[in-house]
Design a protein around this ligand. Structure first.
Ligand SMILES: *Cc1c(COP(=O)(O)O)cnc(C)c1O
Length: 420
């Protein structure tokens, strides 16, 4: 079989790296020169104001990370030790870990193919199985909004609090409304690889004034209004620094530009890969306008060569006319380009393997953890759940804003060569 060799990129092509423009430095310098080098200052006030305006939420509290914001959201939702919480399954582990910080027990809800997010049908099923559950955490993966209306309706019917993890989807909208404005308590992230960044940072978003006040207090060590350090509640050091906020403030004006660049990257991949037995991740949807954060692809079942993923190792058997995520990711890495596997579903992570997992068909457990078939069946011949199927056949392509058209063309040629 003809698997072409390529000349590696001289400069690494990243999956998604920070893209600075200039105003970031001006706001950081202003913080420095006016000595607002702490967790108070104009940059913090401004980024909170801009976020409320952009996302359309009543209150925004700037914090040190999206994960910290999720922790605060889980606290606001009143999760107590032992409480089960329904969570997205195919996501970054930061979506679910904060549930555990509060002693909660994540129960994972399978994914649907239309948006690669939480399946509202499986969520409804989960309430049949665990009617006592009061909190749902949903993520919008790779910048594509999930079926949020349906998820909200299920939550409402069962009187559950909704937490929206919009860390990857800032700027994306669903039926004209921005993600991060649908849940009771929502979060965004300014981590280095997100659509805009502060180098780090995150925010809690809500329409409840009381909730925002609590998070302002908890995130600054929970001091009472007394002449000394008086404490009635557990505090945290989670507030955003005014220096970080300066970077975020400078980045905000480029959010739409970044989205346009990511969209162009997505469309070029879509066009470049159209003759291959692959599909792109779902971005062209009727109800929503994604932010195109990461371009991903999924290989048709019939075009998958054999691929076995164990706990930490992977093997594949090259085959003419077929490929698999491992073969493509290895070729990209060899040529100095960064791709990434799809988020491995939480119900298959050793740390969460004993937790509940609900599919459309009802209570599903992982059938096996080694998937050797070419198609969508596991090693035991049973069909995979949706999350494991996407993990098995999908991957994230280099999606950096600064990638040139020429670099992207070469990446497309590399992917094509895997199917030769
Ligand atoms: C990045 C990310 C987070 C965490 O954000 P940090 O700011 O890195 O703590 C949470 N959830 C998802 C889905 C993410 O991609």
């Amino acid at each position: 079989m003809n698997k072409t060799t390529f000349t590696p990129f001289e400069k690494k092509v990243w999956l998604s790296s920070p893209t600075m423009h200039g105003p970031e430095l001006a706001y950081v310098t202003e913080a420095y020169e006016t000595n607002w080098m702490s967790t108070v200052g104009a940059n913090i006030n401004e980024v909170e104001r801009i976020t409320c305006e952009k996302v359309g939420c009543g209150y925004a509290v700037a914090l040190s990370a999206g994960t910290a914001a999720l922790h605060m959201a889980v606290k606001l939702a009143g999760v107590r030790p032992g409480d089960k919480v329904f969570c997205s399954d195919m996501t970054f582990d930061a979506t679910v870990n904060p549930v555990v910080y509060e002693g909660g027990v994540p129960v994972f809800i399978d994914t649907e193919y239309d948006t690669w997010n939480m399946d509202p049908v499986a969520l409804e099923k989960a309430f049949d199985l665990y009617p006592e559950v009061k909190v749902v955490v949903v993520a919008h993966l790779y910048g594509t909004p999930g079926k949020i209306d349906e998820i909200k309706a299920v939550c409402k019917k069962h009187h559950a609090t909704l937490i929206e993890d919009a860390a990857e989807s800032l700027g994306a909208s669903y039926k004209g409304k921005q993600t991060g404005s649908f849940g009771d308590y929502n979060i965004i992230s300014f981590n280095g690889n997100k659509i805009i960044t502060g180098s780090a940072g995150g925010m809690l978003l809500t329409d409840e004034e009381e909730a925002a006040k609590k998070v302002r207090k908890w995130s600054t060590q929970a001091r009472e209004d007394a002449p000394w350090y008086q404490h009635e509640e557990l505090g945290y050091n989670y507030r955003m620094s005014n220096v970080i906020a300066g970077v975020v403030r400078g980045q905000y004006q480029f959010l739409e530009e970044h989205i346009a660049q990511k969209k162009a990257i997505y469309e070029r991949y879509k066009n470049g890969l159209k003759d291959l037995p692959v599909e792109m991740n779902p971005m062209n949807l009727v109800d929503s306008e994604p932010n195109y954060w990461l371009s991903c692809m999924i290989i048709d079942p019939a075009a998958m060569c054999k691929q076995v993923r164990g706990e930490q190792e992977v093997l594949f058997v090259p085959e003419e006319g077929k490929s698999c995520p491992t073969e493509i990711l290895e070729l990209l890495a060899k040529n100095n380009a960064e791709g990434r596997p799809i988020w491995k579903p939480m119900h298959m992570q050793p740390i969460y393997r004993m937790h509940g997992f609900v599919t459309r068909e009802g209570n599903g457990r992982a059938k096996t953890n080694a998937y050797i078939s070419g198609g969508t069946k596991g090693a035991d011949g049973n069909p995979l759940d949706v999350g494991m199927d996407i993990f098995h056949r999908g991957l994230c392509l280099p999606s950096d804003n600064k990638m040139t058209r020429e670099q992207q063309d070469r990446i497309i040629e590399m992917v094509k060569s895997c199917f030769s």
